[in-house]
Design a protein around this ligand. Sequence first.
Ligand code: 5GP
Length: 177
Amino acid sequence: MQILDQHFEIFIPASSIQQRIKDLGVQINKDYRGKNPIFLSILNGAFIFAADLIREIHIPSEISFIKLKSYKRMESGGKIRELLGLEHDIFNRNIVIVEDIVDTGKTLNHILEEFKELGARSIEILTLLHKKEANRYPIDLRYVGFEIPDKFVVGYGLDYEGQGRNLKDIYKVISVA
Ligand code: 5GP
């Protein structure tokens, strides 16, 4: 499969993604019973994951979307912009941050610092994908869908140069030697 100048191969099929989301839902329903959590999903990448996840949540909860950065081509760690769209009062609330992928951890590190100042009761992180080898910032990830190698991925909300978010499966780049 080709997007612009890059070739990709299938990596995590849609059926595996959906199964894993069901499992995560079971766990969150259990952990957050009686806690009325707010799921804060980070746009753009996490929008499809958040939409599927929230339909596996059967306890009282809220969801909201925040936005903060752009991702330059295939490198992480570009310039981080300000946090946009946080309309909820998160004081004394149980927050679950819903991310598509944690790479270096820079994005989350930035968000967590801002949230601590806003007085949330608890903040946990739920990410669909985690690139363990690339984690440069020490962050406690409470829920991880899949641990993946340090390869660029697209699909299921994740883009390459704006393309590929609509793909149902997750693909990884085929590196040319
Ligand atoms: P971090 O700040 O943890 O280095 O990077 C996290 C952000 O970088 C993610 O929210 C995502 O936007 C982007 N990112 C990191 N790795 C990938 C990848 O393999 N594919 C895509 N499409 N985006 C990535």
